[in-house]
Design a protein around this ligand. Structure first.
Ligand code: FPP
Length: 233
């Protein structure tokens, strides 16, 4: 493998393909989500090891409530179990746990578990794991506008607007989507204005450290211009 020259400060991932991965093995979709949770653990630890500062993952969208009750219940249960089982690992690896999304609609005991782990991991950390949960980019922008109106603002700058979003963290440098779909699916609409995008055919449960290294290598070769031109100073 070539050496990674440039590690993104903030990586955001659309973890897609759990359902198809399970179907290929004649297993229920939930089996794919469980495997997806294991992949998340591996990728989080890898990102921490190579010096990524923020890792955001799309775990449940505002549209995912439309899935079958069985799948929604399983995803809620999985997230709650994850919060319990990952606690020690997050503290040991100095990873801050953070959730971005609408609180409305989320079960109260799950919300309490989220808040408790956010608080417990907020003191001493090197990397932040930001889980987009009950998250939609349009919902986030609408919620921000409503907070701004409540504050009685009559005008606002882009920098000020960013502070009204769910969490005040830097924009992603790099967005990865697994399972070969060329869509953004309402993910971080405001924040990805200048992010580099990478799409791989691998289903999320099959994504691993080697695939991640390939993705970051691709990122590290790109020239980011943020709308400007490198030849004009
Ligand atoms: C998309 O695959 C994946 C999701 C909607 C859920 C992502 C959840 C996990 C990776 C589980 C672990 C997460 C936590 C935080 C415990 P899909 O179901 O849309 O797959 P498909 O497109 O192949 O049907």
């Amino acid at each position: 493998m070539e050496k990674i020259l440039n590690v993104p400060n903030h990586i955001a991932i659309i973890m897609d393909g759990n359902g198809r991965w399970a179907k290929n093995q004649n297993k229920p979709r939930v089996f794919g989500h469980k495997a997806g949770a294991n992949t998340l653990r591996k990728i989080m630890e890898y990102c921490n090891k190579i010096g990524v500062t923020y890792l955001t993952v799309y775990a449940f969208s505002t549209e995912n409530w439309k899935r079958s009750q069985e799948e929604v219940d399983a995803l809620m249960f999985l997230f709650k179990s994850y919060i319990k089982s990952e606690r020690e690992n997050l503290l040991k690896n100095k990873i801050r746990f953070m959730v971005s999304g609408r609180e409305e609609g989320v079960n109260l005991s799950l919300m309490e578990a989220i808040k408790e782990l956010e608080e417990a991991t907020s003191k001493d950390y090197e990397m932040t794991l930001n889980i987009a949960f009950n998250y939609g980019g349009r919902a986030e922008i609408t919620d921000a506008v409503n907070k701004i109106l409540k504050d009685g603002r009559t005008s606002i700058t882009e920098e000020e607007f960013s502070k009204y979003l769910y969490n005040d963290i830097p924009d992603p440098d790099f967005v990865i989507r697994t399972s070969g779909e060329f869509r953004i699916s309402n993910f971080l609409l405001w924040q990805i204005a200048y992010s580099e995008i990478y799409i791989t055919d691998k289903y999320w449960p099959d994504f691993d450290e080697i695939e991640m290294e390939k993705a970051i290598l691709s990122y590290s070769k790109r020239e980011r211009r943020f709308g400007g031109r490198l030849d004009v100073k």
